[in-house]
Ligand binder design. Structure first.
Ligand SMILES: Cc1ncc(COP(=O)(O)O)c(C=O)c1O
Length: 370
């Protein structure tokens, strides 16, 4: 069996460090919003090249907190993509605002900046691009649109810890940026976790109030809020893992280059990295001919592969509006994409096996219908 992702194997590489951190928390006796969360928030903000980090319960909450901190709510529109984890749109909905879906650039699978610019209305309150699969959306034109309309840009960085755009790390561009530490992410906890990052002290303060009942002072709610806290145990584990993030990204890149070498001339479309960006290969997404048959054969042979994501959000029952939206590039991508195994503990031999199998499935190709 070749795993699509293997957080267990990754964690076992540094098991002693993780166990020591967990012991420190247990013995320290502070389990919620204590020194580990505070230290991790500062360390991660500094890694990103921004000022404030606010640890929250998960990545979905990070987006909701960020949008609420901007005062976004019922009647407002937030421009985002349909080709993303449903969480992006769920979080927008949770504020009472409506997600307005725009199409993607088919080369990078990220927000098409022209489509975003065309979708701005008087009700638009934010742009929310997603740095999907491990590479940044094309931030320069998106920031231009945001600035031209006086709108904040909020980054969904859940899949792109450590990725750069124009030499800077994602998470340092938007008014606010949102991270998930779901266990399979490039920086993953051993449970749920999330974080909002911002350079703005006032927005940071609003996020802090939102994540804990609006408490400025304990037991006194001065504003709206609920409970979405990163816990001390997860923060301690993330502090152990953060110093390893860059070397794990390098490992992912090395593995990606093996894939790229072996998939040349196979008819499989491999990932493209857009200009001014690098790729941290959270997911390795290709487009093989006859995607469904290929996926079935690979899975039958024990290769963990999948589709991220099979049904665009604007076509999912919970989100399909009364007047159907057409997003041709998004809809096409959902039909063609296939995610191959990618994680820092993946062996080169496993990549060779996967590519050889892919080659043999494709050479057995059913003839096109005349
Ligand atoms: C692009 C994107 N946004 C948001 C999220 C939500 O993160 P979480 O699962 O931590 O709520 C995820 C993770 O699944 C994601 O991939």
């Amino acid at each position: 069996m070749i795993a699509l992702a293997d957080p267990r194997a990754e964690n076992l590489l540094i098991q002693d460090e993780i166990e020591a951190a967990c012991r420190r928390v247990i013995e320290g006796g502070r389990y919620i919003l204590g020194p580990e969360v505070e230290a991790f928030e500062a360390e991660f903000a500094s890694y990103l090249g921004t000022k404030h980090g606010i640890g929250v319960g998960n990545g979905t909450d990070a987006i909701e907190v960020a949008l609420r901190a901007l005062g976004i709510g019922p009647g407002d529109e937030v421009i985002t993509v349909s080709h993303t984890a449903v969480a992006t749109a769920t979080a927008i909905r949770r504020t009472g605002a409506s997600p307005v879906f725009v199409d993607i650039d088919p080369q990078t699978y990220t927000m098409d900046p022209d489509a975003a610019a065309a979708a701005v209305t008087a009700r638009t309150k934010a742009l929310l691009p997603v740095h999907l699969y491990g590479q940044a959306a094309d931030l320069a034109p998106l920031l231009e649109t945001a600035e031209a309309h006086g709108l904040p840009l909020v980054e969904d960085c859940a899949q792109a810890h450590g990725a750069h755009y124009d030499g800077r790390r994602v998470g340092s561009f938007g008014a606010l940026s949102c991270f998930s530490f779901y266990p399979t992410k490039n920086l993953g906890a051993i449970g749920d976790g999330g974080l909002v990052a911002t350079a703005d002290p006032e927005l940071a303060e609003r996020c802090r109030l939102l994540r804990e009942y609006g408490w400025k002072e304990r037991y006194v709610s001065s504003s709206d809020g609920w409970n979405s806290r990163l816990d001390e145990m997860q923060a301690a584990i993330l502090r152990v893992k953060l110093p390893h993030l860059d070397s794990r990204i390098l490992k992912r890149r090395e593995l990606a280059s093996h894939y790229l070498d072996r998939l040349v001339d196979t008819g499989v479309e491999t990932p493209t990295t857009g200009p001014d960006r690098d790729h941290v290969y959270h997911l390795f997404v290709v487009q093989p001919p006859e995607r469904d048959r290929v996926m079935e054969e690979l899975q039958k042979a024990g290769v963990g592969c999948g589709i991220h994501y099979p049904v665009p959000i604007h076509l999912q029952p919970a989100f399909a509006g009364r007047s159907p939206v057409r997003l041709p590039e998004t809809e096409q991508a959902a039909k063609d994409i296939l995610t191959l195994p990618m994680h820092p503990v993946l062996g080169t031999d496993e990549i060779i096996q996967t590519c050889d199998l892919l080659g043999s499935v494709l050479s057995n190709r059913t003839p096109p219908v005349a």
